[in-house]
Design a protein around this ligand. Structure first.
Ligand SMILES: Nc1nc2c(ncn2[C@@H]2O[C@H](COP(=O)(O)OP(=O)(O)OP(=O)(O)O)[C@@H](O)[C@H]2O)c(=O)[nH]1
Length: 687
């Protein structure tokens, strides 16, 4: 292991809520370190991050992108992560592979809640992170008020590292609370030291005391110094911050204006001083470093516009070279990525983040070793989010259908928070994801990368039907004479409703061979075939059918003729049984900050949901979890409304639960919109 390389590397994710300025900050970090000579900006679509067409079209990040630079002898790889909650899986997968994260947020007290899921993930994974309060040129709220608001959504104490000089448009610099040195910002150049403004002395003192007291909660020596009113040495404070940030015990808070490079150098210096080295991160993850065999983990999979596969990996130990065989697959190409630009490298040492080409069969999250797949002890992966939003899709051109499955497979490799299925009842291809924009981006990729323009519509609700009443001895006789020998089958069936969830049962009570044994399977097939489309046009469930009687003809009877007779019997019998529509009900667990619980309850009941109860969400301070049954017909845009009611942070998990009778009035509506009674109706029935 090359310890020198490990010590000289830092991998830092840039994360934070939607549009907080992460891509702009990355651009500034690359600019002030000299990795790029001219800064791009998000509106002009020429930044290093957000380099894909899908991102540029929407001026938002839709996948992670990495860029490397050097600052004061340290190689930094920054991973720019999407902020939108719909692309959060990307962020979670990438965070697994970094040493630290910069949480970029805006100085708005009302919006701190949007950070809650991210802080939760960082804290659960014990990923050291610091906060960069960006857009300080737009700050309306007092800095300490923002800090205190942020504290309410973090389980780790936030400590101010800086204090602003001026506010909003009048922001001119900052005070470093560790050294108590004030600085004046300059666009495009390092800040100048200036004397500490007298009028800020008291506020600076209060902020600094808050920092020292939080640190003293974790360091007895510092606590003693504070109690005895001894001024702690700067070195001791810095050492404490480094140790406690490294162990994810505190969250230092910085400030600035990314698009003017204000506060960006101090941020880099803090990362240099305080962010953990790759070796520390690896040890923290329980990786045994003294064995030299390479160990890496995939944090993102890309398919380039030319169709090549690139696996972005964090090298935990050992050295990767071009052509290395990992998990029995030979890598073809080893690259450092600068946005979408791959730059070939000969080798990648432990601690780096690089891309490997052509790792077929390897997926995001996989652990890679030279020991072969079976021998690799899997490193933990980020939790896979379950999709919550669906669209039915079909290729615009019919003969593209064959191409679709291989394109979707690649799409899902790039983005594991998508899923797809061919629905058994409705035969639709359903694309599942995390929200409307998420699916639009996936459809854009299908069109652009795979030349597969698609049409979309709301998925059909897979309604079923059943019966309320039995019918006895329903008769079906099939008699057909055509040329040679004819067709004859004759049956009597009893039809009975079954308990909900019992499915279908076929039985026979034939005595005296009135229907010969060899024809009985034909009767069952005929019944089953009929039940695929009941009188209302949907598959029939929870029905028992018994063959009770019949007759046959020695020459003309056949299995086929009995099948037809059974269908005829079902046709005449089922209409007497009061057919009724059933809808799928899903069980949902809806999670949101408790100030929104009453809105969540209203949302559910407004969608015919049945509330089963609610309670505090385990391990989520200040959050509730509501359990309910919800008709699947009401699920389509449920996530959209839930997010709009909860500042974007509410989420839910779901699973199919049972079938339930559709209330009569609604059933009429559903059946009226059913085209030609063939069971096709759109989701979201009554919206
Ligand atoms: N006033 C001001 N605007 C900024 C600052 N930083 C970024 N912006 C603007 O904020 C908007 C969003 O910036 P981005 O860098 O795309 O934000 P992001 O966090 O990467 O966005 P997503 O990744 O899509 O969540 C752009 O219009 C930027 O120009 C800043 O410090 N001050």
């Amino acid at each position: 292991m090359n310890e020198k390389v490990m010590k000289a590397t830092r991998n830092v994710a840039v994360v934070g809520p939607y549009l907080s300025g992460k891509t702009t900050l990355l651009e500034s970090l690359l600019f002030v370190t000299g990795a790029i000579s001219r800064k791009g900006n998000v509106k002009d679509g020429n930044t290093v991050g957000d380099s894909s067409t899908e991102a540029r079209d929407r001026t938002m990040s839709v996948e992670v992108s990495t860029a490397s630079t050097e600052y004061q002898g340290i190689n930094f790889t920054f991973v720019d992560c999407p902020g939108s909650i719909e692309f959060i899986q990307e962020t979670y997968n990438a965070l697994i592979g970094v040493d630290a994260a910069i949480v970029v947020c805006e100085p708005v007290c009302d919006r701190v809640l949007t950070l809650a899921p991210l802080f939760k993930f960082l804290d659960d994974w014990e990923i050291p992170h610091l906060v960069f309060i960006n857009k300080m040129d737009r700050a309306n709220n007092n800095f300490m008020d923002v800090l205190h608001a942020l504290k309410t959504v973090s389980s780790r104490p936030l400590i101010p590292h800086q204090y602003p000089i001026g506010q909003g448009e009048n922001l001119i610099g900052f005070i470093d609370l560790v050294t108590e040195q004030a600085y004046h910002y300059h666009a495009g150049a390092p800040a100048d030291p200036i004397p500490l403004p007298e009028e800020l002395r008291e506020q600076e003192h209060t902020a600094r005391q808050e920092m020292l007291e939080e640190l003293a909660n974790l360091d007895d020596h510092l606590l003693e110094e504070l109690l005895e009113e001894i001024e702690p040495p700067v070195e001791e404070i810095l050492q404490d911050i480094k140790m406690e940030l490294g162990a994810d015990l505190i969250v230092p808070v910085f400030l600035g204006v990314a698009d003017q490079d204000y506060g960006v150098r101090p941020l880099l210096e803090a990362l240099l001083r305080e962010a953990p080295e790759p070796e520390t991160t690896a040890e923290h993850r329980g990786i045994v470093l003294h064995e030299d065999a390479p160990l890496a983990q995939v944090i993102k999979t890309y398919y380039t516009p030319q169709g090549g596969k690139l696996s972005l990996v964090r090298v935990w130990k050992g050295t990767l070279t071009d052509g290395i065989v990992l998990n029995n697959v030979r890598a073809g190409g080893l690259y450092r990525l600068m946005g979408q630009q791959p730059m070939s490298v000969q080798e990648a040492q432990a601690g780096s983040i690089v891309a490997l080409g052509r790792l077929e069969g390897i997926h995001t999250g996989d652990t890679l070793t030279t020991a072969g797949k079976q021998l690799a002890t899997e490193l933990p992966k980020a939790e896979q989010l379950k999709p919550v939003y669906a669209l039915a899709i079909a290729p615009e051109k019919r003969n593209d259908e064959v191409k679709l499955s291989s394109a979707i497979t690649k799409l899902l490799e790039e983005d594991p928070s998508l899923a797809w299925e061919q629905h058994g009842d409705t035969h639709e291809v359903i694309l599942w994801g995390q929200g409307e924009i998420h699916l639009q981006v996936a459809l854009d990729r299908l069109r652009r990368k795979y030349n597969l323009p698609m049409t979309t519509h709301l998925p059909q609700v897979p309604y079923k039907e059943t019966i309320r009443k039995p019918a006895a001895s329903v008769h079906g006789r099939y008699k057909h004479q055509s040329g040679g020998h004819g067709q004859f089958g004759d049956v009597y069936l009893d039809i009975k409703p079954l308990e909900r969830g019992q499915g279908f049962n076929f039985d026979e009570k034939i005595v005296g061979g009135v229907v010969p044994r060899q024809y009985i399977p034909g009767v069952e097939v005929g019944v089953r075939e009929y039940l695929a489309h009941g009188p209302l046009g949907f598959p029939v469930v929870d029905v028992a059918v018994t063959l009770t009687n019949g007759s046959y003809h020695t020459v003309d009877s056949s299995e086929q003729a009995f099948k037809n007779a059974a269908r005829l019997a079902m046709q005449s019998g089922m209409s007497q049984c009061q057919p009724t529509l059933l809808e799928p009900i899903i069980s949902v667990k809806v999670c949101a900050p408790n100030e929104y619980t009453s809105k969540v309850l209203q949302l559910l009941t407004g969608r015919r949901g049945q509330i089963l109860g609610y309670d505090r969400k385990v391990d989520w301070v200040g959050w509730d979890q509501v359990s309910a049954f919800l008709p699947q017909a009401e699920m389509h845009d449920f996530i959209v409304e839930l997010r709009s009611l909860t500042m974007g942070v509410g989420f839910f998990s779901w699973q199919p639960d049972h079938l339930q009778e559709v209330p009569d009035k609604l059933a009429e509506k559903v059946l009226a919109t059913t085209s030609n009674g063939n069971g096709k109706t759109n989701g979201n029935g009554n919206h």
